[in-house]
Ligand binder design. Sequence first.
Ligand SMILES: NC(=O)C1=CN([C@@H]2O[C@H](COP(=O)(O)OP(=O)(O)OC[C@H]3O[C@@H](n4cnc5c(N)ncnc54)[C@H](O)[C@@H]3O)[C@@H](O)[C@H]2O)[C@H](O)CC1
Ligand SMILES: [K+]
Length: 208
Amino acid sequence: MIKSLTTKELKELDKFTIQKIGIPSLVLMERASLAIRDITLAQHYDLSKVVIVAGYGNNGGDGLAVARLLKIKGVNVSIINVGNAKHESSEHATQSKICDYYKIPTTSRLASLSSATLVIDAIFGVGIDRPVTGEYLTAIQAINHSATTVSIDVPSGLNSDTGIPLNEAVHADLTIAIAFNKLGFNTNSGKEYTGKVIVADDMGIYYF
Ligand SMILES: NC(=O)C1=CN([C@@H]2O[C@H](COP(=O)(O)OP(=O)(O)OC[C@H]3O[C@@H](n4cnc5c(N)ncnc54)[C@H](O)[C@@H]3O)[C@@H](O)[C@H]2O)[C@H](O)CC1
Ligand SMILES: [K+]
């Protein structure tokens, strides 16, 4: 049984791996995104129109990297950015610049969700720390009325320690948990939101 960790434990391991051992966070992001790409492709979803909904933190950064990796494979992919660009993480900024070179169509409008054949949810991961409101709530509700959905790491809006939504959360068909399973995914409420869970565990996180 794969060990399930709390957000606090996960963040401590991430920090130790990056700051003490010295594996750059962008390397972890790339490894995570390659695994997400491969697991997503292995599901044989209808990829005729893939829409990635990305926040401005590192969960969103994973989403942008997955968009690029799918584009390189010839997949028709576009990005919807949600939130405040001023709060962009440095890794997100790096991934965004890379996406520009691959000319991936990007918008902040949710309209393209209605014709998506696959949605990849990259708004929030383990960094969510308060109830979702405003455009985040609207985006999550729009995702829940759209196509098959893959959530990166955590269904956006879900508290991954308790499995309870912070106001509202994405109802995913598949959640690809990065590095470790999350404690909240084992609760009845959590299972309602994660859908199938696959743990991408070969992430290089130092686990003592
Ligand atoms: N564990 C690993 O090996 C890796 C994990 N990665 C991914 O990183 C995210 C966590 O990223 P982080 O930047 O810490 O947070 P999020 O992207 O989840 O959230 C972004 C940001 O949003 C703010 N916020 C929190 N709650 C709200 C709210 N209700 N409304 C508005 N804004 C909110 C808060 O400031 C957060 O910082 C993890 O899940 C993985 O996907 C690495 O990329 C790869 C390696
Ligand atoms: K997510």
